[in-house]
Write a protein that binds this ligand. Sequence first.
Ligand code: SAM
Ligand code: ZN
Length: 308
Amino acid sequence: MEFSHVPVMLGEAIEALDIKPDGVYADCTTGGGGHSLEIARRLTDGGHLYCLDQDEEAVEAFTKRLEPFSDRFTPIRRNFADVGEIFRDIMLDGALMDLGVSSHQIDDAGRGFSYMQNAPLDMRMDRSRSLTAADIVNGYDERRLADVIFRWGEEKYSRVIAAAIVKARAEAPVETTQRLADIIASAVPKNYREAGGHPAKRTFQALRIETNGEIDIIDPSIRAIVDRLKPGGRIAVITFHSLEDRAVKRAFASLSKGCTCPPDFPVCVCGKKPKIKVFKDVTPSEGELASNPRAHSARLRYAERTAD
Ligand SMILES: C[S@@+](CC[C@H](N)C(=O)[O-])C[C@H]1O[C@@H](n2cnc3c(N)ncnc32)[C@H](O)[C@@H]1O
Ligand SMILES: [Zn+2]
């Protein structure tokens, strides 16, 4: 299957990174390589791009696509949660995170991300990890399952859905996307089913986030990246829903504030200085919104490392 993914906010992300031809860059979520290709094109001999992705298939695909730039890029199959370790001895001029899943992962029926195609309930971006969506659906107790669906799916019928799953799995384990989507559709009220949007959408998002531990790693990963940026270096993050965006916004706010003393302290005793200057966030242009439905909820936040 061809690795197809139209990069979101491509021009805006490249502009935010303010690429220096001889700079050192990291694409933390390289996917199909759309953003990386544009970064690599702007680098000369002195410049270098490190391309990360936790998905083996993505690494294979972008390594092929970036072949013309093989003298200036290094593919790395790792989770970006490990950036501190990966770049222990390397300082960066910029880093990009384009969060979430790629269209390729969603469209590849065998991966189990989509409620539109029947497949085993897998949802792992990194298939060397052991926890699958099926393990969560069949293994978590009802309360924990409802909490996951509520927290990561912001699903108001989380308890009803969790109860229906627990009842169904008592008969036989829920192992496919189709069976799970059917259980959800028959559990929620009829008017919710007809309200537009698939009734399983939020639960599937929640299971994907839980399977891949997506939200909890955002804050520590941003902090680790900022610590590896040279003064003047840029970090740019593209998010696709409010949970991701909130995590990025909070991490940026905290890093730009510096001082962590309690508000009732008369003077600062922690001595922490702001590490970044945050720019105004950006949303996709009208043109992009009209041509790429995936851009619909995208937002780009970016910041610059201050001098120590
Ligand atoms: C939205 S896509 C990126 C698309 C890419 N910018 C492009 O233009 O083709 C997100 C990619 O990041 C990867 N990914 C998500 N979370 C990751 C993590 N924690 N560590 C490494 N890769 C991750 C996914 O496997 C997926 O390939
Ligand atoms: Zn302080």
